[in-house]
Design a protein around this ligand. Sequence first.
Ligand SMILES: [Zn+2]
Length: 244
Amino acid sequence: MNTASRPSLPHYRLRRRTAGFTALGATLTMLFAVAALGQGAPQAARAGAQPQVLAGSYEQTPFTLTRPYVGVLWRDSRPVGKPNRGALIRGTKLPPQGATFFSWDPVRKRSPSPQSRRYATDRLIRVVLRVADEYARANPGAPRLAIGDLSKPGGGRFAGAFHASHQNGLDADIYYPRLDRRERSPWNVTDIDLKLAQDLVDRFVRAGATYVFVGPRTPLKGPRGVVMALPRHDNHMHVRLPPG
Ligand SMILES: [Zn+2]
């Protein structure tokens, strides 16, 4: 995405709590959104972005529900470049599943997804786990949060034409919860629990997402310029965090 051409957006600041965990605290047209996601991504600048031997620290997550399940090696991750042409330094890996979430492989259509698709900035991992935790508390009986592709370990372009973005650890695909509560991606809009899906959209907006792309065939809504309809998002939403 070319920030130079980007209209100014509300600036979100993340509140930082003690204990080292980050809590969260202009109209764009669809054409622009399509262009943003669909941009070609030549060779990403990868200097210094190779996956490193882990040099982070294990830390209990502050989330009650996930604590017994999640062992995350938190690293001081750094996004490089743009979501459509970028890399990820010291990516933090999402565990395959936890009490409040599971990973979903969109290629093999099964859970868990391979670890090579589960890297992001530590900030995005914290946001996703926090939303999963709060969503579970607010919606007893809801299926766990279905987390799809994040980024590759060093970022860069996914093989094939699967994603144009997801290159620098700031993008997450979240599958809409199903009415039948099955823990897999929905096939059709009629499979989606739209009330729960809207709740999730609202939570990611409140968590500071710059964009939440949703399916044109869904009735999901949100602030103008942030929640936008985008083709091929009728079974999942795409959440993007700001770079800093
Ligand atoms: Zn996506």
